[in-house]
Design a protein around this ligand. Structure first.
Ligand code: ADP
Ligand code: MG
Ligand code: MG
Length: 889
C-alpha cells in the first residue's frame, strides 16, 4: 500500500484515506490555489500503527521520499541551520473530533536553526517567537506537559516587562522565555526538548496517531456512532508565516454568512499573528472587510478564491488563510457548518444560482433543522442579559421562576407558577420536578446527562452543563461568574437551542415557520420572511418527490384540523382511550363495575352516543382522508382510582364506620384488576375479547358516525384498528363481530361504508407470524413504541429515567431506541413482517404509528422497507414530510 500522498496526488473524494483536511488541501492544490506544499500520511498507516503498535515498515522510507521532494521544491532542508524548512504537523480524521491532537506548528526549529531563521527573515523577534510557540505546542500536545506551565511562564514574562500582549515582547524577552520553556520540558519529561528536526516530526506524527484513542475521542465516537477503526490521517505542511510583521497576518472566512446565508464578506483577520491566535481571542481581530484597506491585492485574491471554492464545492465553505509579507496562502477549507435557518436559505439560493438542483437542495437540509426552526424563540431584539451559557441539550425557549428542588417545582407549578428547575445535575428523583417545570437548567453534565436525555424524551427545553453558573441547592441560589446571584423565585430564561441563560423574562415570539404552516403567514406575500419562502420551496420539493404519505396521530377535531394544515394526509392513529377521560371516566367505571349483563349494556349504551359524536367531528375534519381509529388499548385500571388512595379512603371510612357501598365495590374491582405488569396484561384486543360488547360498541359508534357523515354527503374513510394482537385467532374473532355490526349499521342507514379493519403489529409474535395475521387484516400499522418495549424488554416509562444515561455514556447505543428505531433488532422485525404480510396479501396497506414516525432517521428506514405511510404527532408532520422527501430524492 501507498502510505503517503503529496498534496498534488489527492482530491476531495478521498476523505476516508486522507481525512477531511488532507483531502481538501489536495483539492485546493489541484484547483491551482496557493497552498503551501506538503503531504498527507494516510489513515491506513494509522490503522496499521494502532493495530500493531508500530508504524508500518515502509512508512519511514516513504515519508523520507516525500520530505526529500518537499525540500527540493522549497530549496531548503527541514531544520537546516542557516535556512530551515519548517513544517506543521496537523491531525485530520474523516470527521473532526474533540480530543484529537492539536496541530503543532514550526517543526524543524532548534537551537541551531533559530538564528538561521532570524537571518533569513531579517527578524530576530519573529524567529524566537516561532521557537517558543514550537516548544509550547510540542511540549503540550506531543510530550504531554501541562499547558498551564507554559501559559504561566508567558504570563510572568509579560508581567515582568509590564506589557499586556505577546507582540510587545521583544527578541530578548522571547529568548529567555524559550530558555524557560526548555527548562519546563526537561523538568516535566526528564529529557531535553528534541533538537533533531526529523525526530520532532516523527514524534509529532506518532502523537497524532495516538490521539485517535484518547478517552475523549473514544467516547465521542461511540456517542456519534463513528466507527472506532477509521484512524486519522496526518498532514505535514510547509510553514508560511503570518507573524512576520504588519504586512503579515492570519484569518478565517466564510464564503457566505453561516448565520443568515447571505453572500458577503464574513470573517476575521489578525495582523502579525500565527495559527490559532485569530480564534483564541488573545488580541482583537478586525472584520475581514478591513483587509481591503490593509492589503488590497491579497484581499482581491481572497475574494476571487472564495468564489472559486463556492462554485467548485457548490456550497458554503469555511476557510483558513495566512498572509506572509503580502503573499496569500490557503491553509484549509471545508464545507462549513451553518445555522438551521441558513441551511434552508442557502439551499434555495444555490438552486437559484444554478449550482445545485432540487434533489440536491433536499440533501442540504434536514428534519432536525426544520424542527429547530419550529420552536418558539426568544425575541433577540428585546433587551436581555446573558448570565451564562451551557450545552443546548433540548431545544425551546423557556421562562420561569428559578427553583432548586423538585418538590418546590411541583408545588409552585401546581399553584400556577411557571418554573425553571435548576440543579447541579439531575437524577431519577427529580423526575416530577422536571415534568412540572417549563425548562431544566444544570451546571454539570453533557448531552447524555440524565437531564439532557430525559428532557429530550419529554420534549422539554433543557440547557445542561452551564459550568460557569454555580448552583447551591442547599442555599437555593445560583451565582454567575460575575457574582450576580439568582435566588429562588427570580425569573430566568433559558434557550435550549443556543444554550444561553438569561436573567429576567426574555419575551418569546412564535416561530415564523409555524406561523407559515398554520396558514397565518403566506410564502407568496411580498414581505414574507425570507426563511419562510425558503422553507416553502423546500417543502414543495419534498412533497413532489416523496413516496411515503404522512398522517397524524390525533384524537380530536382540533388536533386533526391543525394536522391537516401542517399537511397531514389522514389520521394514522386515533386513540379512543383519550375519549374516555374526564367525566366519561365514571361511565367506564360503571362498565367495569357492572355485575349483570343489563348493567353492562346500560353502561355501553351510555358511552355509544358520546363516542359517535367524537367520530363524527373527526371524520368531518378529515373528510376525504383516511382515519384510523384504534379500539380501546390501555389496561382498565387506568380508568379506575389509584389503588393506594382508594384503600386509604376506604380504611378511613371504615374506621369512622361510614364506608360507602360504591367505594367498597370499586376497591374490590381495583383489586381484581390490579396487575403487576399491566403493560403486558389485560389490554388491547384482550379487553375486547373478555368484556363482551365493548369493541362492538366502539365499532358501532364508528360505523354509525361514518353512515351519518355519508348521508350528510361527506366522505368518511374510517379504518378500524385492533391493538396488541399476538395471533391471527384474536383478530378473526374481533373481525367477525365487527363485520356483523357494520352490516347491521349499513342496513339500517341504507349506505355502503367500505370500512377496513386491520391490526397493529406491536408484539414480537405478531411480527413473526405476520404472514398469518395478514389473512385477516386489511392493513398493518407498526406500533413501534410497544414493539421496542417488548423486543428489548425495556419498560419505556422506567428505563429512560433510570439506566439509559449509563447506556448512552457507555456507548451501548448512541440514541435511545425509543427515539430512533433500532434498525438491526426492532427494524428487522418490521422489515420481515412487512414482507410476510405483503406475501399473503399484496395490497396490504402498511404504516407506522409510534413516535418513530416523526423521527428523521427512522422515516428513512420506513421509506426503505416500503411502508405506505408514517403517522406522527401534528407538530412532527412537516419534519416527516421533509424527511420522506429526502429519502426519496
Ligand atoms: P484545526 O484542525 O484545529 O483547525 P489546523 O491544522 O488547521 O488545526 O491548524 C491550526 C492553526 O494553524 C490554523 O489556524 C492553521 O491555519 C494554522 N496552520 C496550520 N498549518 C500551518 C502552516 N503550514 N503554516 C501556517 N499556519 C498553519
Ligand atoms: Mg484548521
Ligand atoms: Mg401500543
Amino acid at each position: 500500500a501507498k502510505f503517503v500522498y503529496d498534496f498534488t496526488e489527492g482530491n476531495k473524494d478521498l476523505k476516508d484515506l486522507l481525512g477531511g483536511k488532507g483531502a481538501n488541501l489536495a483539492e485546493m492544490t489541484n484547483l491551482g490555489l496557493p497552498v503551501p506544499p506538503g503531504f498527507t500520511i494516510t489513515t491506513e498507516a494509522c490503522k496499521v500503527y494502532l493495530d500493531s503498535g508500530t508504524e508500518p515498515a515502509a512508512l519511514r522510507a516513504e515519508v523520507s521520499e516525500h520530505l526529500d521532494a518537499l525540500e527540493q521544491k522549497m530549496g531548503k532542508k527541514l531544520g537546516q541551520a542557516d535556512d530551515p524548512l519548517l513544517v506543521s504537523v496537523r491531525s485530520g480524521a474523516k470527521f473532526s473530533m474533540p480530543g484529537m491532537m492539536d496541530t503543532v506548528l514550526n517543526i524543524g526549529l532548534s537551537d541551531a536553526s533559530v538564528s538561521g531563521l532570524a537571518a533569513q527573515a531579517g527578524d530576530e523577534r519573529f524567529a524566537w517567537d516561532s521557537y517558543r510557540r514550537l516548544i509550547q505546542m510540542f511540549g503540550k500536545t506531543v510530550l504531554g506537559v501541562d499547558g498551564e506551565l507554559f501559559e504561566e511562564a508567558l504570563e510572568e514574562a509579560k508581567q515582568a516587562k509590564g506589557v499586556r500582549v505577546d507582540v510587545d515582547l521583544d527578541a530578548e524577552d522571547l529568548k529567555s522565555l524559550v530558555a524557560h520553556f526548555k527548562d519546563v520540558v526537561a523538568k516535566e519529561t526528564g529529557r531535553d526538548f528534541p533538537q533533531d528536526p526529523r525526530e520532532q516530526m516523527d514524534l509529532a506524527v506518532r502523537a497524532v496517531f495516538d490521539s485517535w484513542n484518547t478517552d475523549r475521542a473514544k467516547l465521542y465516537r461511540r456517542q456519534e456512532r463513528i466507527p472506532g477503526d477509521l484512524g486519522t490521517a496526518v498532514n505535514v505542511c510547509s510553514m508560511v508565516f503570518g507573524n512576520l510583521g504588519p504586512d503579515s497576518g492570519t484569518g478565517v472566512a466564510f464564503t457566505r454568512d453561516p448565520a443568515s446565508g447571505h453572500q458577503g464578506v464574513y470573517g476575521d483577520y489578525l495582523q502579525n499573528a500565527q495559527g490559532e491566535d485569530v480564534v483564541a481571542g488573545i488580541r482583537n481581530t478586525v472584520p475581514l472587510a478591513d483587509l481591503e484597506q490593509i492589503d488590497k491585492t491579497s484581499y482581491d485574491q481572497l475574494m476571487q478564491i472564495m468564489e472559486t471554492l463556492e462554485t467548485h464545492y457548490k456550497d458554503l465553505c469555511d476557510i483558513e488563510f495566512t498572509i506572509e509579507r503580502g503573499k496569500l496562502w490557503m491553509l484549509q477549507t471545508r464545507v462549513g457548518k451553518r445555522t438551521a435557518g441558513a441551511a434552508f436559505r442557502i439551499a434555495t439560493q444555490l438552486v437559484d444560482q444554478g449550482l445545485i438542483d432540487e434533489a440536491e437542495a433536499l440533501q442540504r437540509v434536514n428534519g432536525a433543522q426544520l424542527a429547530q426552526l419550529m420552536f418558539p424563540r426568544f425575541d433577540l431584539g428585546a433587551k436581555s442579559e446573558t448570565i451564562g451559557r451551557g450545552i443546548a441539550a433540548s431545544p425551546g425557549a423557556a421562562v420561569g421562576k428559578a427553583v432548586f428542588d423538585s418538590y418546590t417545582a411541583v408545588k409552585w407549578s401546581r399553584s400556577g407558577e411557571k418554573v425553571i428547575l435548576i440543579r447541579r445535575e439531575t437524577n431519577p428523583d427529580d423526575l416530577n420536578g422536571m415534568i412540572a417545570a417549563e425548562g431544566i437548567l444544570t451546571s454539570r453534565g453533557g448531552k447524555t446527562s440524565h437531564a439532557a436525555v430525559v428532557a429530550r424524551g419529554m420534549g422539554k427545553t433543557c440547557v445542561c452543563g452551564a459550568e460557569e453558573l454555580e448552583v447551591d441547592t442547599k442555599a437555593r441560589r445560583m451565582t454567575t461568574q460575575d457574582g450576580t446571584v439568582i435566588e429562588e423565585g427570580d425569573v430566568v430564561s433559558i434557550d435550549g437551542s443556543t444554550g444561553k441563560v438569561y436573567s429576567g423574562e426574555v419575551p418569546v415570539v412564535p416561530s415564523p415557520v409555524v406561523e407559515y404552516f398554520e396558514g397565518r403567514m403566506h410564502a407568496g406575500a411580498e414581505d414574507a420572511d425570507e426563511l419562510v419562502k425558503a422553507v416553502h420551496r423546500i417543502m414543495a420539493y419534498a412533497d413532489r418527490v416523496r413516496r411515503l404519505r404522512v398522517r397524524a396521530n390525533a384524537d380530536n377535531a382540533e388536533d386533526a384540523a391543525r394536522a391537516r394544515r401542517f399537511g397531514a394526509q389522514g389520521i394514522g392513529l386515533c386513540r379512543t382511550e383519550h375519549m374516555f377521560l374526564g367525566e366519561r371516566r365514571e361511565m367506564v367505571e360503571r362498565l367495569i363495575l357492572a355485575d349483570t349483563d343489563a348493567d353492562k349494556e346500560a353502561a355501553l349504551e351510555e358511552l355509544l352516543p358520546l363516542q359517535k359524536a367524537d367520530f363524527i367531528e373527526l371524520f368531518e375534519s378529515m373528510d376525504g382522508l383516511p382515519v384510523t381509529v384504534r379500539l380501546l388499548d390501555p389496561p382498565l385500571h387506568e380508568f379506575l382510582p389509584d389503588i393506594t388512595e382508594l384503600s386509604v379512603r376506604v380504611a378511613l371510612a371504615e374506621a369512622r364506620k361510614d364506608a360507602n357501598e360504591n367505594d367498597l365495590r370499586l376497591l374490590q374491582a381495583v383489586h381484581k384488576l390490579h396487575e403487576s405488569n399491566p403493560m403486558l396484561g389485560l389490554r388491547g384486543v384482550r379487553l375486547g375479547l373478555v368484556i363482551p360488547g365493548l369493541f362492538a360498541m366502539q365499532v358501532r359508534a364508528i360505523a354509525e358516525a361514518a353512515a351519518e357523515r355519508k348521508n350528510a354527503k361527506g366522505d368518511p374513510r374510517a379504518e378500524i384498528m385492533i391493538p396488541l394482537v399476538g395471533t391471527v385467532q384474536e383478530l378473526e374473532i374481533v373481525r367477525e363481530e365487527a363485520e356483523q355490526v357494520i352490516a347491521e349499521v349499513e342496513k339500517t342507514h341504507g349506505v355502503e361504508l367500505k370500512l377496513t379493519l386491520g391490526t397493529m403489529i406491536e408484539l414480537p409474535r405478531a411480527a413473526l407470524t405476520a404472514g398469518q395475521i395478514a389473512e385477516s387484516a386489511d392493513f398493518f400499522s407498526f406500533g413501534t413504541n410497544d414493539l421496542t418495549q417488548t423486543v428489548w424488554g425495556f419498560s419505556r416509562d422506567d428505563v429512560e429515567a433510570s439506566f439509559f444515561t449509563a447506556y448512552l455514556e457507555k456507548g451501548i447505543f448512541g440514541v435511545s431506541p425509543f427515539e430512533t428505531i433500532d434498525k438491526d433488532g426492532v427494524g428487522s422485525l418490521v422489515r420481515n413482517a412487512a414482507a410476510a404480510g405483503r406475501a399473503t396479501r399484496p395490497d396490504l396497506k402498511l404504516g407506522v404509528c409510534g413516535e418513530h414516525g416523526g423521527d428523521p432517521e427512522s422515516v428513512h428506514f420506513f421509506h426503505e422497507v416500503g411502508l405506505d405511510y408514517v403517522s406522527c404527532s401534528p407538530f412532527r408532520i412537516p419534519v416527516a414530510r421533509l424527511e420522506a422527501g429526502r429519502a426519496a430524492a
